[in-house]
Ligand binder design. Structure first.
Ligand SMILES: Nc1ncnc2c1ncn2[C@@H]1O[C@H](COP(=O)(O)OP(=O)(O)OP(=O)(O)O)[C@@H](O)[C@H]1O
Ligand SMILES: [Mg+2]
Length: 225
């Protein structure tokens, strides 16, 4: 394994399979993603796109094979080291996962508070990111008073605010019209230009693909095609 190790790889999968009961959601996936790549993961509903993202930040454990993130082997990582792993990731969840009792501002600020940033820095940074995602005016709103597309933009803001080295975005434009979708992609593109590794999972790629250069990984029935 080591002889093939590419120094620029930030994500490596070796023969990874994932089983949920009787369902093999991922079948023998091998993958090598370089630092700073912009990757689209495409494939139909149920193909395994979300599962693939989930094994990267160890929300799910693999059934077989190995996952290396920045050289860390996830099958050997102890639960005390999980926060260290997860700090590398900014994640846009398919179902957003905003905290309903916190305002838009507080949901996004939480990331920076957990990282121990100063209040003055947090205020400036959170408002800047909310403004660029078009959510500046909704900073005081509670998530459930927002439209689906607005919640999605807050989820994107939260994923990027900590300037993680890897952004995983699961259907980040599913609730947006084509113009708002393009704006979110352009926004993510800015982070790509700064060197962030970005993985976007989407079953609706035709909207996005022609506008942005990136590598597309197509999965179907748990396999890379
Ligand atoms: N927690 C779970 N328990 C049981 N089966 C699961 C679980 N999570 C995913 N699966 C199954 O694994 C397969 C892949 O699911 P996954 O969510 O990765 O698909 P997807 O490509 O993200 O689909 P979509 O485009 O609809 O989001 C599906 O057959 C799904 O039913
Ligand atoms: Mg999914």
């Amino acid at each position: 394994m080591n002889d093939k190790l590419n120094k620029n790889s930030i994500i490596r999968l070796f023969n990874v399979s994932k089983r949920f009961g009787g369902t093999l959601a991922l079948k023998n996936i091998s993958l090598d993603i370089e630092r700073g790549e912009f990757i689209f993961i495409s494939g139909p509903s149920g193909a395994g796109k979300s599962t693939l993202l989930k094994i990267l930040y160890r929300a799910e454990k693999v059934f077989e094979g190995q996952v290396l993130i920045d050289g860390m082997n996830l099958s050997r990582i102890s639960s005390s080291k999980l926060p260290v792993l997860r700090r590398r990731f900014g994640i846009v969840f398919q179902d957003f996962k905003l905290i309903p009792t916190l305002t838009v501002y507080e949901n996004v600020a939480l990331v920076l508070e957990a990282a121990g940033k100063k209040t003055s820095f947090i205020k400036k940074k959170v408002m800047q990111v909310l403004r660029t995602t078009g959510m500046g005016k909704k900073a005081k709103a509670l998530p459930l008073t927002l439209s689906g597309g607005e919640q999605q933009r807050v989820a994107v803001a939260r994923a990027v605010v900590g300037e993680p080295s890897i952004i995983l975005a699961d259907e980040p434009t599913a609730s947006l019209d084509s113009r708002a979708a393009q704006a979110i992609l352009d926004f993510l593109m800015e982070y790509h230009k700064k060197g962030t590794t970005i993985l976007i999972a989407s079953h609706n790629l035709h909207l996005l693909e022609n506008k942005i250069q990136g590598r597309t990984i197509e999965i179907n029935d748990g396999k890379i095609i």
